[in-house]
Design a protein around this ligand. Structure first.
Ligand SMILES: Cc1cc2nc3c(=O)[nH]c(=O)nc-3n(C[C@H](O)[C@H](O)[C@H](O)COP(=O)(O)OP(=O)(O)OC[C@H]3O[C@@H](n4cnc5c(N)ncnc54)[C@H](O)[C@@H]3O)c2cc1C
Length: 581
């Protein structure tokens, strides 16, 4: 029997299988963690709640004062994910994400500073460090005496991280590093850098991760970048000139640095997602206050349908984002190994939900929302980065679809082999083929459901939405199969169909998270107490279905050729060519 911990919900879903035990019951923080969390949340509320004016001033100045960083250290915020025996709080993914959520509620720059330290800066050490390395660095990272940064991006290598040029050349027992890293969060305040460098000068790849510290000769950081948002967080270049790094500072295996980087980013995504959820909760509260207080046409604007629609949608978006982020964090805490697709979905879904919410909150505030006096414009600027860093949402969409389709590729390969097999060995070959044909027929007609094509663990209160999901899942499996047959290996270049499929997957996984959460809540608290949550589920499920139907219909009927031709035309001309003057 397959070990459940190695199963990915989304990879299975592409084959039409709903691995429901992974999601139901919906994960909840453990009681002991809840108590720790309540204490931290209480501390943060009194520490950060009254300081809105200071955050606004630091945003304008583009700097976080050193005494405030010291306060963050003293509050233990740099030790959240460091194991207790190394001096940290040892929080799991769910609890960590919840703390970043609380920081995100007050200020994006603070959430990013603490998040970059824990989610990516020292994550490589936690995941791949030797016991000696951990003992050497973690105690100071836990107190924040040492702050960590993650150094992958370079001037010529952003999304194409495998194209980095920083080199590491062996010299006796040491490595000599040369190169420049760009836009490194915490660059100006960090002393511990997880640096990715090429350990072979031949071609692309052959990357290794190194621990570089500020006290090493040849390490320098550039000036603070003047940014659009998260302005108080430190972003600088990190330059290495003939930096001698001992072999004892190699992180993970030689030549495996790209995998190390991807694993770090995957594992850190629930921090970013948590921050996004916190931002949304704060915006909902601000919008509610704004809508109640602002009177136009003799009534509070909260009484107008258009304003209510925006606020209601914010609630649906926030609950959905929270569900998907908590679900992925819960999977990490329960030891699921293959959650890269699900984690990428949680990043895309939560960061885009926050962006929509910030935009609508500013709109509810009207002209006042545009003024610096109120926090809306700052939150909008701050949250824009989420769709760019730790993998742009475009790249993540490609990753989501292509990685999730992997198992279908394998099955299709088996099918191809079995077709050959039919000729070579009709009895054996026919067996495999007929099984596959049966699966396809059941998916296509929906009459003969596959054993795993239905939910059985969800309660009757969510049956309607569960059926919508099942239908979407069947359509996804068929579309995946069809696209792979159509494009074959060239699927990697078919970005527009791939993006549509990714959109379907994002909606389906988010719906699965909301379904599992609401069903579990109904089970635990009864229907009356969960009426509003069931309303959220109903709304999200219907909206998701409409988006899914549109994306799937767009696979066959779309304007892609025309739009691409227009892009080609303008790319060739270099400008818009229809000015009427
Ligand atoms: C404030 C800030 C903080 C940051 N912090 C860090 C940090 O701590 N550590 C670190 O290493 N990096 C950091 N970065 C860098 C960040 O991760 C990169 O900006 C990001 O990965 C995108 O790379 P890029 O900016 O070079 O964009 P590019 O890769 O040049 O992409 C430009 C556009 O093209 C799209 N694109 C690129 N390739 C493809 C493709 N194959 N198909 C379709 N579309 C494509 C992208 O989605 C994007 O829209 C930070 C950046 C900023 C702005």
């Amino acid at each position: 029997m397959m070990d459940k911990k190695t199963v990915s919900f989304m990879r299975s879903l592409c084959l039409g299988e709903i691995e429901e035990e992974i999601l139901v019951p919906f994960p909840e923080p453990k009681l002991a963690e809840k108590e720790t969390l309540q204490a931290i949340v209480g501390t943060l509320k009194s520490m950060l709640g009254p300081r809105e004016k200071e955050f606004a001033a630091w945003d304008r100045a583009g700097e976080m004062p050193a005494p405030f960083l010291q306060e963050l250290r003293e509050a233990g915020l740099f030790g959240l994910v460091v194991p207790e025996h190394h001096g940290g709080l040892g929080l799991g993914a769910t609890a960590y994400s919840r703390v970043i959520q609380e920081l995100g509620r007050y200020d994006g720059s603070i959430a990013v500073t603490v998040g970059a330290h824990s989610s990516i800066g020292m994550r490589g050490l936690l995941l791949f460090g030797t016991e000696e390395q951990k003992a050497r660095f973690l105690p100071k990272l836990a107190t924040g005496e040492t702050i960590a940064a993650f150094c992958l991006t370079e001037p010529g290598a952003g999304s194409d991280a495998a194209g980095i040029k920083t080199t590491a050349v062996r010299d006796g027992d040491d490595w000599i590093l040369n190169g420049e890293k760009l836009w490194i969060t915490n660059g100006g305040i960090a002393d511990f850098f997880t640096v990715f460098a090429k350990t072979s000068l031949e071609g692309r790849g052959h990357i290794t991760a190194f621990i570089v510290t500020r006290d090493m000769k040849g390490v320098s950081t550039g000036p603070h970048e003047d940014k659009m948002g998260i302005r108080a967080s430190s972003t600088t270049t990190v330059v290495m000139e003939d930096v001698r790094v001992p072999a004892a500072n190699v992180l993970g295996e030689l030549g495996m640095g790209f995998k190390v980087a991807m694993k770090i980013l995957n594992s850190g995504r629930t921090g970013l997602g948590g921050g996004a959820v916190g931002g949304m909760k704060r915006l909902i509260e601000a919008s509610v206050g704004q809508a109640r207080d602002r009177v136009q046409f003799g009534r509070p604007i909260a009484t107008f349908g258009s304003i209510k629609q925006k606020i209601g949608q914010m609630v649906v978006d926030c609950y959905a984002a929270e569900s998907v982020v908590n679900l992925v964090a819960g999977l990490a805490d329960r030891g699921f190994e293959d959650t890269a697709v699900e984690a990428a979905i949680s990043k895309v879904a939560s960061t885009e939900a926050l962006w929509r919410t910030a935009d609508e909150a500013l709109q509810i505030a009207g002209g006042a929302g545009y003024m610096r006096e109120l926090p809306y414009e700052r939150v909008l600027r701050d949250c824009r980065i989420n769709r760019i860093f730790e993998g742009t949402n475009e790249i993540l969409r490609l990753f989501i679809a292509l990685a999730a389709m992997h198992d279908v590729v394998e099955e299709l390969k088996d099918l191809a082999a079995s077709v050959r097999g039919v000729l070579a060995d009709p009895v054996k070959g026919f067996g495999v083929l007929s099984d596959y044909a049966r699966r396809r027929a059941s998916l296509a007609t929906g009459l003969i459901r596959r054993e795993k094509g239905r939910w059985t663990l969800l309660g009757p209160a969510v049956a309607g939405e569960a059926a919508l999901f099942e239908d979407g899942a069947r359509q996804l499996a068929l579309a995946t199969d069809r696209l792979l047959r159509l494009h074959g290996k060239k699927i990697v270049d078919a970005q527009l169909p791939t993006r549509r499929l990714a959109d379907v997957m994002i909606d389906l996984f988010t719906l699965a998270a909301v379904l599992a959460r609401v069903s579990t809540r109904v089970e635990d608290h009864g229907e009356a107490a969960t009426a509003m949550e069931r309303e959220i589920l109903r709304t999200f499920a219907r909206q998701a279905k409409r988006r899914i139907d549109a994306s799937l219909a767009g696979l066959d009927e779309n304007e892609d050729t025309g739009v691409q031709a227009l892009a080609d035309h303008v790319l060739e001309a270099g400008r818009y060519g229809w000015d009427n003057l």
